[in-house]
Design a protein around this ligand. Structure first.
Ligand code: GLC
Ligand code: CA
Length: 544
């Protein structure tokens, strides 16, 4: 009875409280990240495309997400999975054309789904007309839009490419140019106003076509130390993000003015938003990018970079809530993306990795803020083993094979249990990355028929989250006892506890409430108000 009254009260509050009605969609949105090249191939060339994605929109609607973010869809030199763009106001013919994108946005809107695009302002492709002009004539206006240095024995400073090797390469006429990623991705010089102007045109071009905003690549980059001085130290990929050791390359104060300007542009378009990739070590520095007049969100990568440890997860959740809380922005949680090994594999692989990935999903989806779900994570895809000869990632090549690269989390989606797993129509070209034969068992069609599948867990979690005011919104507190992690979220006077057993033994948990959802089917109340929580399992408990 008490529970019933609470429901009535809260729905009445929802209807009349103006701040509820005004809460923007993105604050608690679940955003599905579509790796376009690997999502669905409609025309049979072995490459995912916009028409394929469009045909699969009903799946995303059935799953229950609010929005999709599409990895770069632009014409590209193809050196870094589309993050080397040669034309910012067009669609790569591999994926379709601008009309296909407009049709996608329209169909998505009809289903209540928003579409976010990826925009890459730190660098262009070396195929971009500006860079081509600068190569041909060192004195042309386009040359000052990049960082060139005159020929000399040594590169201008000690900066390293994030993909391995020096951050400077030579032009055919001996000049140096800066690339913090691959040599095919020359860094733009944001001190040249022509660069800013062109990006503003790009934003408006896509906003005018109805998109709901942008994911901003390398949003902590763009500006460099004006004197291009040496960095004090070297970045290690084991760090949570860049810190003072890379002070000359990243996080220059001027970059915040770009986000203020971009914010004012998207503010002209109702219900749009910006989310930035900010890979800095200090969560407080990251949160500054989502101050009220800058980007709406900046990703929090702590869960993506944490191993299976309650201490690390608790610290990641707490530090993000504190840091973003200070600037009044929601946290944007991420457990997987196209740059990181798949969760199932990261958390130990096999059945254990699978159980942990389920539990981690429930944890993320219980937290206040928005959540980003990477395509295929809802199927529990493991990191695929891609043979070296099929690899595409520049990280693999630039590290001389020392780093295996990111191809294994970019393998096409299995849609059905046929030999080609339904990624392309029957009889098509081979997929652009080979799909492991055993991936049939992860197929959407198979999991959709199995009530205990990872897919159904995600779908149920999203449905419960959409219903319960305390999931995705409100205040949360984090507590930890050994390997038992508890996050208690409260909104509108109602609370949910997400309890995760990250240890090796079953733990008895006092429930004092209703079991809303469990990441493992075998969880049940053993006695009144007590629940036996097996290792690698999470539950959502609504407090009465
Ligand atoms: C971001 C992208 C990554 C890309 C890099 C360079 O980190 O997520 O995929 O390689 O930027 O654009
Ligand atoms: Ca295709």
């Amino acid at each position: 009875m008490a529970a019933r009254l609470a429901t009535v009260r809260s729905s009445a509050r929802r209807q009349f409280a103006p701040e509820q009605a005004a809460s923007p969609w993105w604050r608690d949105a679940v955003v599905y990240q579509v790796y376009l090249r690997s999502f669905a191939d409609a025309n049979g060339d072995g490459i995912g495309d916009l028409a394929g994605l469009r045909a699969r929109l009903p799946y995303l609607n059935w799953l229950g997400v609010d929005a999709l973010w599409i990895n770069p869809h632009y014409p590209s030199g193809g050196a870094d999975g589309g993050y080397d763009i040669s034309d910012y106001r067009a669609v790569d013919p591999d994926y379709g054309d601008v009309a296909d994108l407009e049709a996608l946005v329209e169909d998505a809107r009809a289903l209540g789904l928003k579409v976010l695009l990826d925009v890459v302002p730190n660098h262009t492709s070396d195929q971009h007309p500006w860079f081509q002009a600068a190569l041909a004539d060192p004195d042309c206006p386009e040359a000052s839009r990049y960082h060139f240095a005159p020929p000399s024995e040594e590169p201008p400073n000690n900066w390293r490419s994030l993909f391995g090797g020096p951050a400077w390469s030579r032009t055919p006429d001996g000049r140096w140019y800066l690339h913090l990623f691959a040599p095919e991705q020359p860094d733009l010089n944001w001190r040249d106003p022509a660069v800013a102007e062109d990006f503003e045109r790009t934003l408006r071009f896509w906003l005018d076509r109805g998109v709901s905003g942008f994911r901003i690549d390398v949003a902590y980059g763009l500006f460099k130390d004006p004197g291009l001085r040496d960095n004090p130290g070297e970045y290690s990929p084991t760090l949570f993000g860049h810190g003072p050791e890379q002070a000359m390359t990243w996080n220059q104060p001027e970059v915040h003015d770009v986000w203020r300007r971009w914010r004012s542009i998207v503010d002209e378009y109702p219900d749009t938003m910006l989310v930035g990739e900010v890979c800095l070590a200090d969560p407080e520095e990251i949160a500054l990018y989502s101050r009220p007049d800058e980007m709406h969100q900046a990703f929090s990568f702590r869960l993506l970079k944490s191993g299976w440890s309650a201490e690390s997860f608790a610290d990641g959740v707490r530090s993000a809530l504190d840091a973003f809380g200070k600037v009044g922005a929601p946290v944007s949680w991420v457990l997987g993306n196209h740059d990181k090994d798949r969760q199932v594999t990261r958390f130990g692989g096999g059945e254990v990795g699978d159980a942990r990935a389920r539990a981690a999903a429930l944890l993320m989806l219980s937290l206040p803020g928005s959540a980003y779900v990477y395509a295929g994570d809802e199927l529990g895809l493991p990191q695929a083993v891609v043979p070296d000869e099929a690899k595409r990632d520049p990280i693999f090549f630039r590290s001389g094979g020392e780093r295996s690269g990111r191809d294994g989390c970019r393998v096409p989606m299995p849609w059905n249990a046929t030999p080609g797993v339904g990624f392309s129509p029957r009889g098509s070209a081979q997929p652009w990355l080979p799909i492991p034969a055993e991936w049939r068992r992860y197929a959407v069609s198979r999991q959709a028929r199995d009530d205990s599948s990872m897919l159904h867990l995600y779908r149920r979690a999203l449905a419960v989250r959409a219903e319960h005011p305390a999931l995705g919104a409100g205040e949360a507190s984090v507590s930890r006892r050994g390997e038992l992690l508890t996050v208690r979220s409260t909104a509108e006077g109602r609370s949910v506890r997400c309890v995760v057993n990250m240890g090796e033994h079953t733990v008895l948990v006092r429930t004092a409430g209703t079991l809303l959802l469990s990441s493992a089917p075998q969880v049940a109340h053993t006695a009144r108000r007590t629940l036996a929580l097996p290792p690698n399992t999470a539950v959502w408990i609504a407090e009465d």
